[in-house]
Design a protein around this ligand. Structure first.
Ligand SMILES: Cc1ncc(COP(=O)(O)O)c(C=O)c1O
Length: 443
C-alpha cells in the first residue's frame, strides 16, 4: 500500500457535531440565496470552511468525507502541502503578468511537462521549430478549453462541422454548450447555438455505423467535418465507459477522412483514472486533448494540448488575459509532480478497492448496479424495486449520505459518482462503503 503524504489535522473520517445544516451553515445558505445566481445547482446545504486531503470541515465544525473532490477538481486532495507551498512561493513573487503578451517560467515549465507527458503521436512533420510533439494553450476552465479546441480544429482543417455525442458535457459557453447534450435545462431558452454540430449516441459501435453508413452518405459530408469530440469516459452523462474498440474506431474514422480527434479529458484526465489521460487506457493517440478541473488541484486553469503541427494559429487569433496565470501554473506543476510520483498509482489501487466493495453491495442488495469506471472515476446506478433506474432513490441516497458525513454527487440519469481526491486511502474507502451499505440496507 502506498503511503500518501498529507498532513492530518482534521479527523480521518466523518465527525458530525450538529444537525445539518448547522446554525452557521443555515445562516450562510440564506445569505447566499438572497444574492447569488439561482442557476447554481446545490444538492445539499454544505457550507465549507476548510479542507485537507479527503476531508472537509463545514462552518459549524462538522467534518465530511469528500467523494466529490469539488466536482473532480482537487486531484491532490484539499490543500496538499506541496501544492499550497508552490502557490505561496509563486504568489509572493508574481501574481499576474498575462502569458498572452509576456513570458514567465511557470507557464513554460508546465507546458513542457504537459507536452512531454501527453499521449499525442510524435510530430508527423518533425523538422525545424518542432521540438515537442505537442503545443499547449492555457485557458481558465473546461468550457474555455473546448471553445478553443473547436476554434483550433476549424482553423487548422478549414472545415466547419463537428460531431459530438448525446449525453456529452463539454461546458456552458456558447461553443461548448453547442457540443453539450447532457440535460435539456443546460440548453433550453439559450438558442441559437453554434451551427454545424451533429450529435450521435455515445459509446457504441452501432452509433459509429450510423455515422459512417447513414450520416456520412446522406447529409454530413465527412470532408466537411473538422473534428469528432469525445469524452473517453462520459462524465456528467453517467460515467459511461464506451464499448471495446469504440475509441479506436473513432481514431480510424478520423484518419480515413482527415478529421481531428479531440478528446475532452476535463473530468477524466489528470490522473483520475490511474493514467494521466483516460484515453491512454485504449492506446489511442488523439490530435487534441482538452483538460481543466484536476490540473491545478483547485486553482482555475485549463489547457488545450494539440499536436505541434496542428497548433499553427497566428498571433492574436486566440488568447486570454488570465489563462496560464503564474500561480495556477505553479499549482499545476506541483500537481503534475504528485500525480506522476504517487497519485496515479494510488488512484488505480483505491479504484479497485472501491469497485470491489461496490460490487459486493450490488450482489447483496441489487438496488445498485454493478460499478463501472476506471481508477477513481467510478459510478453505480440506483434502481427501484423493479430494476428500473431511479433518480428519486439516487437523490435520496446522496442526501442521506450527506446527513451521515459522506459527500457524494449524482451524474447521468440515476447514477452516483465517486470521484474523490486521489489521495484517498483504504480506510476512507471502507468508511464510504459502510455508509452506503447502511443507507442501501434500509431501502
Ligand atoms: C468533460 C467535461 N468537459 C467540460 C466541462 C466544463 O468544465 P468547466 O465547468 O470548467 O467549464 C466539464 C465540467 O463538468 C466536463 O465534465
Amino acid at each position: 500500500m502506498l503511503s500518501i503524504s498529507v498532513s492530518r489535522n482534521l479527523p480521518h473520517s466523518p465527525r458530525l457535531l450538529t444537525s445539518l445544516p448547522g446554525p452557521r451553515a443555515k445562516a450562510l445558505v440564506e445569505r447566499d440565496h438572497a444574492v447569488t445566481s439561482p442557476s447554481y445547482t446545490r444538492d445539499y446545504p454544505l457550507v465549507v470552511a476548510r479542507g485537507e486531503g479527503c476531508m472537509v470541515e463545514d462552518v459549524d465544525g462538522n467534518v465530511f468525507l469528500d467523494m466529490t473532490a469539488g466536482i473532480a477538481v482537487t486531484s491532490t486532495g484539499h490543500c496538499h502541502p506541496e501544492v499550497v507551498r508552490a502557490i505561496q512561493d509563486q504568489s509572493a513573487n508574481l501574481l499576474h503578468m498575462s502569458g498572452t503578451d509576456f513570458y514567465y517560467q511557470p507557464m513554460i515549465e508546465l507546458a513542457e511537462m504537459l507536452a512531454e507527458l501527453s499521449p499525442l503521436p510524435h510530430s508527423l512533420l518533425g523538422g525545424e521549430g518542432i521540438r515537442y510533439k505537442a503545443k499547449v494553450f492555457f485557458s481558465n476552465s473546461g468550457t474555455e478549453s473546448n471553445e478553443g479546441a473547436i476554434k483550433l480544429a476549424r482553423y487548422y482543417t478549414k472545415r466547419n462541422s463537428v460531431v459530438a455525442f448525446l449525453g456529452a458535457f463539454h461546458g456552458r459557453t456558447y461553443g461548448a454548450m453547442s457540443l453539450t447534450a447532457s440535460k435539456t435545462v443546460q440548453r433550453a431558452k439559450f438558442g441559437s447555438l453554434l451551427p454545424g454540430v451533429t450529435h450521435i449516441p455515445y459509446g457504441t459501435h452501432a452509433s459509429l455505423d450510423y455515422l459512417e453508413n447513414q450520416l456520412f452518405t446522406t447529409m454530413l459530408p465527412p470532408d466537411e467535418v473538422a473534428a469528432i469530440i469525445v469524452e473517453p469516459i462520459q462524465g456528467e452523462g453517467g460515467y459511461i465507459v464506451p464499448e471495446d474498440g469504440f475509441l479506436q474506431r473513432i481514431r480510424e474514422i478520423c484518419d480515413q477522412h482527415n478529421i481531428l480527434m479531440v478528446v475532452d479529458e476535463v473530468q477524466s484526465g489528470m490522473g483520475r483514472t490511474g493514467k494521466l489521460f483516460a484515453i491512454e487506457h485504449w492506446n489511442v493517440a488523439p490530435d487534441i486533448i482538452t483538460t481543466a478541473k484536476g490540473i491545478a488541484s483547485g486553482l482555475p486553469l485549463g489547457a488545450i494540448i494539440a499536436r505541434a503541427e496542428i497548433m499553427t494559429w497566428k498571433p492574436g487569433s486566440h488568447a486570454t488575459t488570465f489563462g496560464g496565470n503564474p500561480v495556477a501554473c505553479a499549482a499545476g506543476i506541483a500537481t503534475l509532480r504528485l500525480l506522476v510520483r504517487e497519485l496515479m498509482d494510488n488512484a488505480t489501487q483505491m479504484g479497485e478497492l472501491l469497485q470491489a466493495g461496490l460490487l459486493k453491495l450490488h450482489q447483496r442488495y441489487g438496488r445498485i448496479s454493478k460499478p463501472r469506471g476506471k481508477g477513481l472515476m467510478v459510478a453505480v446506478d440506483v434502481l427501484d424495486t423493479e430494476g428500473n433506474l431511479s433518480k428519486q432513490a439516487r437523490d435520496s441516497i446522496v442526501n442521506q449520505a450527506f446527513h451521515r458525513g459522506l459527500l457524494l454527487l449524482g451524474c447521468g440519469q440515476a447514477a452516483i459518482r465517486f470521484c474523490p481526491p486521489l489521495v484517498i486511502d483504504s480506510e476512507q474507502i471502507q468508511v464510504a462503503l459502510d455508509i452506503i451499505d447502511d443507507i442501501v440496507a434500509s431501502y
